[in-house]
Design a protein around this ligand. Structure first.
Ligand code: SIN
Length: 503
């Protein structure tokens, strides 16, 4: 069965819905959804320079968190267009928390020099952003098809001209003049992540198979504080950084402050710094978690601001108000991804990417807290504007189906990536990971895992969230971005270096 639309958007998180909403008035757009992704789980908020705040200060904090490895022009687009996108979201009905005088309530998170993170429902910001966008997209008449995209269709002239979607065991071809990947991150390629299980990097595998390039794949961010539930696999509950923004501190088993003296911003250092400090503490003490102490914060503040965290804690029998809670880092966000320009175009005609699956360089080597919902809003709109002004013309001709392979032994792939490409990496482990993955085929999880490990093995220095114990410092000779493409055997390999700032 075949059908045709102007534009297919793969993914129904903040980036995909923003793109669909921006296109709805002028284009026949279809959203394909395999699950709502990470957006509804985002807690902290949306960072945006409002009121007396200066977007350039936000840009500065973004670049410092990104270890100076961000693309400055794209960061500027992010911070300057962000407040307007947020205002539009509010006009679409998103209800953010407000102060008594009606102004937006703003909180602090790691890496921010001032409170600029707006939030909703206390710590349920992603759910509210998602609700508002979904209802706006529905009102605009956009159709959503629930299914998994298992392949792309490419014309002989090299354009992406459609998708193959599996619904109820049947594969349907949908022809399109442009395809927008908005499939989110790679959480489920690791054993444990803050992402839901539908987030497994399919967009990365689809893009590679179509001939697109990836960049910055070694920069996988670990959130410092997932709730330690005793589970070592699956989706772990997040404990938003905003709890530390309100004054909570990290402690080791002896009750000593972990972050004191380690960074001028202590518990509010950028999250790569905090995650590494926790990892080092856990290794030193042979423990599976550390403690987050929010007992110094007034009970009414905790109840109003963090109902989601309180409920997660209650489920494992701990009380955020009166006791320390166990936390440990978990995979959270892919800073790299499919290489795009500022308007979402990949290097394959007809194929676009936005949100976490895309790499525009705005996150550099480590994403600043609460810049991810913002990225989805800003770059989702940018791709919509591009495709409104300039939709490729459909040209009849022969085409090829590029179907993803089946994954072999997914649990083994997850275990390999978790063991060798976590917070702390080294060359021997990464090379072992490449060898072990070679035996596991070219399915999407293996492709994603290999993309991360080949980039991490190639980068012989440490910066942002890529930390090599055998190359522990920044080495200026590695001031380049690593580009990954498929080799002759259909396996991801590092193919090119790009100067810093030209991601
Ligand atoms: C958090 O609330 O700590 C997570 C927000 C983010 O990933 O930026």
């Amino acid at each position: 069965m075949t059908r045709a639309v102007d534009i297919v958007v793969i993914g129904s998180g903040v980036a995909g819905l923003s793109a669909a909403l921006g296109l709805a008035a002028t284009r026949d757009v279809l959203v394909i959804s395999a699950g709502d992704g990470s957006t509804p789980w985002a807690q902290g908020g949306v960072a945006a320079a409002y009121g007396g705040d200066d977007p350039l200060d936000h840009a500065h904090d973004t670049d410092v968190a990104g270890a100076g490895f961000c693309d400055p022009r794209n960061v500027r687009a992010l911070v300057e267009e962000g407040p307007q996108r947020l205002a539009e979201l509010i006009a679409h009905g998103a209800r953010f928390d407000r102060n008594a005088d009606g102004s937006l309530s703003r909180t602090l998170e790691g890496g921010h020099g001032r409170p600029r993170v707006v939030h909703a429902g206390g710590d349920a910001t992603g759910a509210e952003v998602h609700r508002a966008l979904r209802s706006a997209v529905q009102l605009a008449g956009v159709e959503t098809l629930h299914g998994r995209t298992v392949g792309l269709v490419k014309s002989d002239a090299g354009r992406v001209v459609g998708v193959l979607v599996e619904t109820g065991g049947e594969v349907t071809q949908i022809d399109a003049r442009a395809v927008v990947l908005a499939t989110g991150g790679i959480g489920n390629a690791y054993l444990a992540s803050t992402n839901p299980s539908s987030v497994r990097g399919d967009g990365i595998a689809l893009a590679l198979r179509a001939g697109a390039s990836l960049v910055d794949m070694e920069f996988v961010q670990f959130h410092p504080t997932a709730l330690f539930t005793g589970d070592t696999s699956g989706q772990l509950p997040l404990v938003t950084e905003a709890v530390r923004g309100e004054g909570a501190v990290l402690r080791d088993a002896e009750g000593r402050r972990i972050m004191a003296g380690r960074h001028p911003r202590a518990d509010l250092a950028p999250r790569d710094v905090v995650a590494r400090a926790i990892d080092a503490t856990m290794r030193r003490d042979g423990s599976s978690h550390v403690w987050l102490d929010a007992t110094g914060i007034a009970a009414e503040v905790l109840r109003e601001r963090f109902p989601t965290v309180l409920a997660s804690c209650a489920r494992i029998g701990v009380d955020l108000v009166s006791e320390q809670i166990p936390v440990a880092p978990a995979e959270h966000f892919l800073c790299g991804g499919v290489r795009t320009d500022r308007d979402g175009a990949t290097d394959v005609p007809g194929l676009y990417a936005v949100g976490e699956v895309a790499a525009t360089g705005v996150h550099g080597a480590n994403r600043l807290a609460s810049n991810s919902l913002l990225e989805g809003l800003v770059f989702g709109r940018r791709v919509a504007t591009t495709l409104t002004l300039d939709l490729p013309v459909a040209i009849a001709g022969r085409s090829r189906e590029l179907l993803l392979d089946e994954d072999r032994e997914p649990e083994r792939i997850r275990a390999i990536l978790t063991k060798y490409a976590g917070i702390r990496r080294d060359g021997a482990g990464l090379n072992a990971a490449v060898d072990e993955l070679d035996a596991l085929g070219n399915g999407p999880l293996a492709t994603v895992a290999r993309s991360v490990v080949v980039a991490a093995a190639a980068r012989r220095d440490s910066r942002g969230c890529h930390w090599r114990s055998d190359y522990p410092g920044v080495d200026e000779r590695w001031n380049e971005h690593l580009v990954v493409r498929l080799d002759e055997d259909g396996r991801p390999a590092v193919r090119q270096l790009l100067p810093s700032g030209t991601c």
